[in-house]
Ligand binder design. Sequence first.
Ligand SMILES: Cc1ncc(COP(=O)(O)OP(=O)(O)O)c(N)n1
Ligand SMILES: Cc1nc(C(=O)O)sc1CCOP(=O)(O)O
Ligand SMILES: [Mg+2]
Length: 207
Amino acid sequence: MISKLHYITQDLAHKTHAEQTEAACAGGVDWVQLRVKNQTDERVLEIALEVKRICDAHGATLIINDRVRVAKEVGAHGVHLGKTDMPSKEARRVLGAGFIIGGTANTLDDIRALEQAGVDYIGLGPFRFTETKKNLSPVLGLEGYRNILGGGVSVPVVAIGGIKHGDITAVMEAGPHGVALSSLINLAENPSASAKKVLDILAGKTA
Ligand SMILES: Cc1ncc(COP(=O)(O)OP(=O)(O)O)c(N)n1
Ligand SMILES: Cc1nc(C(=O)O)sc1CCOP(=O)(O)O
Ligand SMILES: [Mg+2]
């Protein structure tokens, strides 16, 4: 099952990906995307092995960003691929039917192409400007999500990009299956509490 909260690690000078993952999982996160930029596959594999141990201890799903070879070698549950990464059809040939493959979309045309390619979920963004990713596509805002998702999509879609606690209820009302978040959790004073707050909002326990 595709989680409603896709937690994503990020490159930070003061905190390792393993430390970030431990804090997020302590807050209840059950879906972790390891997102390491500008490192060799060998280094990402080392980090992924560490993060996999933490995910396994918490029963969390592990998705590797960008790197199909690393995802396979570490025994992750899945991989997330954007427009400049390996095409998802090719990744499916490499990884097989049971592997989770996620794809990035910025438009309805992107979504239709990913549906055809057989991905398991789609990250649709950006909701708003964010420092976490370079070369962002134009922001969608609530209106963008309403327009794109209004006609129905056959694959679970998670909204991504600059989402804060106060946005989540309105974003979910625009129609996605869930949300994907990075800095809201990683840069919080208390990342576990920030993650728990997201989960409480998604569960309708608080606004
Ligand atoms: C859930 C989710 N959605 C979108 C992205 C972005 O992927 P991509 O476009 O490949 O950009 P990078 O993350 O690789 O910089 C994502 N990672 N996760
Ligand atoms: C990784 C990523 N992809 C995006 C897209 O629009 O495709 S926005 C984004 C960054 C998500 O991090 P934060 O929650 O800190 O903004
Ligand atoms: Mg990518």
